[in-house]
Write a protein that binds this ligand. Structure first.
Ligand code: NDP
Ligand code: PYC
Length: 341
């Protein structure tokens, strides 16, 4: 494999990121069919400079594949439940092959009746949600995705983990340009970013975490041993609880507390469900041009110097597509020390 080395970083083409990821995942025990969507999302994360969910996740994926409860032979089973509802059982493989297996049915339902729900069950989940959201906005659909994680996050007013970092993502298609997409953890920051702060020896921002004694901390190691905090105090805490309920008990799957129990101390990726909702604006909006008023809103935000979410990501994407990516040398060496197919 050709790659340019410079100082503390290593330059890779996007095709190299993809092939390297796939080779590691296959050597760890995934089939080509399972490894491909996982490697694609890792590559997309690195491409868009979402450092907490790009190549940084690859060693954790290997650890997850080695979890005794991970099913290396998992083949997603799609259930055509009702006119609006699709369920897919990931069989305790990764969420991404299950999402892709259910996508055509899910999209077809949203387009035929205006709204559809996809429940992914029994999946190990490590990925950002925006790649899935963008696959739905590319079909002209408005979309929401939510998932629990492990119970690392204390509720507002509490001192112990009960909630997950629980991301919520939303996408709105825009004619002739990238969709409006946001995708964030309901913890003050993703846990992956706390780990990156620890690796870089950087302090956390106040308000992100408490230590094991329940005291505020800006030390990443103490935060990983203690508990993370939600964004927005009681509001983030309630939103996170809603995500637990919608992507957990509502679809008969695990909460973040249950995912943590299921992990049994291995420290693999969380295992639980994911819920996605898709709306067809052509059906819900009828003949009204929903783009005119949404564009007016986006301009009112951008024209005063505020930025739309995902703009940073789209700019990073353009750069990476043109020039490839640079990753920290220590991460490259860690990945190259893993077996590859
Ligand atoms: P951030 O706090 O950076 O928030 C991310 C979102 O906010 C992005 O849409 C980002 O756009 C947008 N944003 C950031 N800064 C601004 C700004 N100044 N103005 C406007 N928009 C802004 O990231 P998080 O740490 O909360 O989450 C990172 C990722 O982690 C997500 O992709 C999430 O899905 C993933 N995650 C996954 C989990 C899982 O269980 N699978 C659990 C937790 C998190 P942009 O990207 O352009 O900066
Ligand atoms: O960064 O919080 C996180 C996370 C959990 C699962 C995947 N990412």
């Amino acid at each position: 494999m050709n790659q340019a080395h410079s100082g503390d970083t290593v330059a890779l083409g996007l095709d190299q990121v993809f092939e390297l990821s796939k080779a590691v995942l296959i050597a760890a025990g995934l089939s080509e069919a399972q490894a491909t969507p996982v490697a694609r999302v890792i590559t997309e994360g690195q491409r868009d400079e979402c450092h907490s969910h790009g190549l940084f996740r690859l060693p954790g994926c290997v650890q997850t594949i080695n979890h005794p409860r991970f099913n290396r032979a998992a083949a997603p089973v799609v259930e055509n439940t009702t006119a609006a509802v699709t369920k897919v059982d990931a069989g305790f493989g990764f969420s991404l092959p299950a999402f892709e297996a259910a996508l055509p049915t899910f999209v077809e339902k949203a387009k035929s009746i205006g709204v559809a729900v996809l429940a992914i069950n029994h999946c190990f989940h490590f990925s950002a949600l925006w790649p899935e959201i963008e696959m739905l906005t590319a079909q002209g659909l408005v979309a929401i995705a939510m998932t629990p994680s492990h119970s690392w996050v204390a509720p507002a007013g509490g001192t112990k983990g009960a909630l997950g970092t629980n991301p919520i993502a939303f996408g709105w298609p825009r004619e002739g340009q990238n969709p409006y997409v946001f995708d964030f953890a309901t913890s003050a920051i993703a846990r992956g970013d706390i780990s990156l702060h620890k690796m870089a020896g950087k302090p956390l921002q106040p308000g992100w975490a408490i230590d094991a004694d329940g005291n505020p901390t800006t030390d990443a190691a103490a935060a990983l041993d203690g508990a993370m905090l939600t964004f927005g105090g009681h509001k983030g805490s309630a939103l996170s609880t809603m995500i637990e309920l919608l992507a957990g008990p509502l679809i008969a799957d695990m909460t973040s507390l249950e995912s943590m129990d299921f992990d049994d101390g291995v420290k693999a990726a969380p295992a639980h469900g994911e819920i996605l909702i898709a709306f067809d604006p052509k059906i819900l909006g009828g003949t009204r041009d929903n783009q005119a008023s949404s564009e007016r809103l986006f301009s009112a935000i951008s024209d005063q110097g505020a930025r739309l979410p995902s703009l940073r990501r789209y700019e990073a994407r353009a750069r990476s597509l043109a020039y490839g990516v640079r990753i920290p040398r220590h991460l490259y060496e860690q990945i190259m020390s893993l077996p590859r197919a």
